[in-house]
Design a protein around this ligand. Structure first.
Ligand code: HPA
Length: 234
């Protein structure tokens, strides 16, 4: 059985899945870190691969950008293909002075300006949170590898080009939110719904406080540290 967005048959996808937003990153991760990786999906160019890492069967699936796209891929991975442990490996913009380019953010929870959870919960403001087990392991692994990792709330924003970005970013930062992405809130909400484990790890690619962004090479090497941690702990 396949879905409108995924050609994989049941059993083609491992129950542990890394989720980069960019499908080309999925290809890069599969080719660089996995053994015997096989591409199981090319629908809409949203590449997915399954291989092994130190004997563990692991898949890596592109999710696209934004909560609606994450909603489609995470839903199908969990409901149709039986994914149990999902780690988003993405990039983010920094919102606070102490957060620097190439730092790794481990998302404890997600604040959002999206309407998706208003639609689900009405008057109740649901608080989407990470899997404690995955979060603890990721933090310990980063410490062991002497990689700086900041555990924090993140802001899952609906708009990359937002007329109100400055005000929104300043407001949430003043409540301790370190970084902005566009997917975590929906991943954590679906993980809660389906009772599976999810975590978001992000490398800071854009400094939204002082300006600046990583070169492609800096982005790649910081990203590789994060992938290594995610693969060890998933
Ligand atoms: N905004 C939202 N998501 C992001 C950004 C950003 O500036 N950079 C990387 N992911």
């Amino acid at each position: 059985m396949s879905t409108p967005h995924n050609n994989a048959n049941i059993g083609d996808i491992a129950d542990r899945v890394l989720l980069p937003g960019d499908p080309m990153r999925a290809k890069y991760i599969a080719e660089t870190f996995l053994e015997d990786a096989i591409c199981y999906n090319e629908v809409r160019g949203m590449l997915g691969f399954t291989g092994t890492y130190k004997g563990k069967r692991i898949s890596v699936q592109g999710t696209g950008m934004g909560m609606p796209s994450m909603h489609i891929y995470a839903n199908e991975l969990i409901e149709i293909y039986g994914a149990k442990r999902l780690i988003r490996v993405g990039t983010c913009g920094s919102l606070r002075n102490e957060v620097h380019l190439r730092d790794i953010i481990i998302a404890l929870g997600a604040t959002t300006d999206s309407n998706m959870n208003h639609d689900r919960f009405g008057n109740i403001s649901f608080a989407p949170t990470a899997s404690f087990e995955l979060l603890q392991k990721a933090y310990e692994e980063a410490k062991k590898e002497r990689v700086k990792a900041i555990v924090s709330n993140v802001f899952t924003s609906d708009k990359f080009y937002d007329d109100k970005a400055r005000e929104k970013n300043k407001l949430v930062a003043s409540y301790g939110v370190s970084a902005v992405d566009m997917e975590t809130c929906e991943l954590y909400t679906l993980a809660a719904k389906y009772e599976v484990d999810a975590l978001t790890m992000l490398t800071v690619s854009d400094d939204l406080v002082n300006g600046g962004c990583c070169s492609a090479q800096e982005r790649q090497s910081a990203f590789c540290h994060m992938i290594q941690i995610a693969l060890e702990i998933i």
